[in-house]
Design a protein around this ligand. Structure first.
Ligand code: BJ8
Length: 423
């Protein structure tokens, strides 16, 4: 592993605290990931990325910044990467998924804030994540109250642009989102110093569509009776997709998909025949939050799909590539992004339809609907999700958790009982 101490120092990071984080991650990854048997060989790429997660990609980003490129940090799958890439900018995801960052977040936020927000704020203010140091601008959005207030605090420390996401999905709301994308494009142009042309936007739309198609190919193989990849490995692929260069991400993901398709043909499964198939729905799992998947997959079941923002909500639906003017392209982007069904919208029946559809497509035996503690949106929507699943005759278990291990044994007991009940 290369030595990145000087790079972290130059980024103004708290090296002592950061060393503590670096000390625990390899063990956590080894316990959760490297203990799995018969993993696809192509996972070597993601293993390598995780082994140097605060080194390789941050160093690449810094090299690009030296050439004059700007890095935009995002927190939500509604923010269109295409716009940034069209102006030769770079996007990196910034959602925090580790309990390590939570205390620094709690220093400025109420404890009753969801862990994803606390970890994200803590990673910046605690100076313990290079990605949070590197980003030239953060892009927030008005999805939930916790995030809206967190942007005000982060905005005191780093340049921040906030996109106003509609709360409903009427035609006028989608028009409004197209306007918001147009305004974002102007901010991106100003920050990068580069003009967005229809040709450049068409190119970036194509790049991101190709990435989506590659991710969808991997998911497609998970629909098979033969389960060629664990839920944990698929989750890792998704989590890294938020950080990686999109062209490389598509290449590596297609390489993995080739292997998985061959595995399906050859009948190579990572779980014994008859293992219960689980759809996980709900709040996103930012890296390195592998907690729930690990518990499920060491309790006799397999996760075959995630209806989350680190799952299908990230890649389903493509942007129309036939548009040739900026106005039409912004509208095409708005149409695609407004097809994502986050619990911040009302009404949000599209999400219930998605869950029922995915349960069928992935032949699941049961659904585990997960809520990050203090996320009022997904918690409340859990009522409707559970009702719809029960009416459809699909067993469902609702779970609320955070990033700590305090409830791990209790969760294991509940999940084991749920899996047994499925049998
Ligand atoms: S589109 S899920 S990435 S907002 S879990 S911070 S909603 S209190 S992460 Fe999200 Fe965009 Fe929606 Fe997806 Fe708030 Fe809830 Fe926390 Fe959340």
């Amino acid at each position: 592993m290369a030595n990145y101490q000087q790079m972290w120092k130059d980024l103004g990071m708290n090296l002592e605290a950061h060393d503590n984080l670096c000390a625990v991650l390899p063990t956590a990854f080894g316990d959760v990931y490297l203990s799995q048997e018969n993993r696809p060989a192509s996972m070597d790429f993601w293993d390598m990325v995780v082994a140097d997660i605060h080194g390789i990609r941050p160093a690449e980003l810094i090299e690009e910044q030296k050439k004059g490129r700007k890095v935009f940090g995002t927190f939500c799958v509604y923010v269109p990467d295409e716009v940034v890439i069209a102006a030769d900018g770079i996007v990196t995801g910034l959602c925090g998924g580790s309990q390590f960052w939570v205390p620094d977040g709690e220093a400025v936020l109420p404890k009753s804030t969801c862990p994803l927000i606390k970890a994200s704020v803590g990673a910046r203010l605690g100076k313990t994540c290079p990605f949070f140091r590197i980003a030239d601008m953060y892009v927030g959005e008005t999805t939930c109250d916790g995030k809206k207030k967190a942007w005000e605090i982060l905005g005191q420390d780093v340049p921040m642009h906030i996109m106003d996401i509609p709360q409903m999905k009427r035609a006028k709301d989608i028009e409004k989102w197209a306007d918001e994308i147009r305004e974002f494009a102007a901010v991106v142009e100003k920050t990068t110093g580069n003009k967005i042309t229809p040709e450049k936007l068409a190119e970036s739309i194509h790049i991101i569509n190709e990435k989506r198609k590659a991710l969808a190919r991997v998911y497609e193989t998970r629909k098979s009776d033969v389960i060629p990849i664990s839920g944990k490995d698929a989750l890792l692929m998704m989590q890294i997709a938020f950080f990686d260069d999109p062209v490389r991400c598509a290449q590596m993901t297609n390489r993995l998909a080739d292997e998985l398709e061959q595995r399906v043909k050859d009948g190579v499964s990572v779980f014994p025949k008859g293992t219960k198939r689980i759809l996980v729905s709900g709040t996103p799992m930012a890296i390195p939050n592998w907690k729930l998947h690990h518990i499920i997959e060491t309790s006799g079941a397999a996760v075959v799909c995630e209806e989350t923002c680190t799952g299908t909500r990230y890649f389903e639906n493509l942007v129309d590539e036939t548009k040739t003017t900026l106005d039409d392209q912004y509208k095409a982007l708005a149409d695609r992004y407004m097809g994502i069904n986050c619990a911040c919208f009302t009404p949000n029946s599209g999400r219930i339809d998605d869950i029922l559809r995915l349960a069928k497509e992935y032949h699941v035996d049961g659904v585990i609907d997960v809520n990050l503690k203090f996320c009022c949106l997904y918690d409340t929507e859990g009522y409707t999700v559970e009702k719809a699943l029960k009416e459809a005759g699909i067993p469902v278990l609702g779970i609320e958790t955070d990033y700590t291990d305090a409830d791990a044994e209790q969760l294991r007991t509940r999940i084991e009982a749920f899996v047994e009940m499925l049998g």
